[in-house]
Design a protein around this ligand. Sequence first.
Ligand code: ADP
Ligand code: ADP
Ligand code: ZN
Length: 216
Amino acid sequence: MNLILLGAPGAGKGTQATGLSEILNIPHISTGEIFRDNIRRNTELGKLADTYISKGELVPDNVTVQIVKDRISQKDCSKGFILDGFPRTIAQAEMLEDILTTEGKSIDKVVNIVIDDEAVVKRLSNRIVCPSCGETYHLEFNPVEDNKCKKCGEQLVHRDDDKPDVIRNRIAAYHRQTEPLVEFYRGKGKLMNVLSESSIEESLQNTLYALGLKGI
Ligand code: ADP
Ligand code: ADP
Ligand code: ZN
């Protein structure tokens, strides 16, 4: 199954993608995580991406699309993939269609994770992440003991872009540039809205239900 997870920053895309990836046994592709990995390794791509990410702006479409193109052409994506945080503009969505058509593939479903802006701010300001493996936690909703990653033991941190002024810009960028994708995919008959106002576990169940996978 080829899936897209759509939603505001902090909606829970990464959290749900991690769960779905384990259940469906297909890779989770997060463009944000690919950028952060490049920033950590101080690559040219990382340096470029950081100039946008640190301000809460989107990285240019041509840069982002090339990364996704390379990633989905890899062998582990042959049985399906979960795109988290991509596409984020109509132009990216159109370029994705071209890439997939060339490869004889298509998107099966788009899960739109629905949440209001106020809840998003609460999720982002208390999000903590592992700087080593990218695993995501929350001080209140998904807490950990000793502030250490359950997967690799690393000390957890707040993301640099989870600061109030950057969060504001990211939410504005979402409404301006990404939200039009809801109508784009609705028009293609691929969109399913999933509420994410309850707990992490319940939100994942809502998504599985919407995908017709409940009971797996
Ligand atoms: P996104 O990838 O959409 O930016 P994340 O998956 O990183 O969002 O989630 C943002 C924060 O909210 C994280 O700290 C995560 O632990 C928490 N979170 C995710 N889903 C839920 C939920 N359904 N209820 C409460 N907290 C959640
Ligand atoms: P979140 O869902 O919490 O906003 P992500 O990890 O998806 O976080 O993205 C972090 C940042 O990386 C974004 O604010 C943006 O600057 C950049 N980014 C990620 N995906 C894209 C994309 N598809 N197009 C442009 N920029 C992106
Ligand atoms: Zn870790």
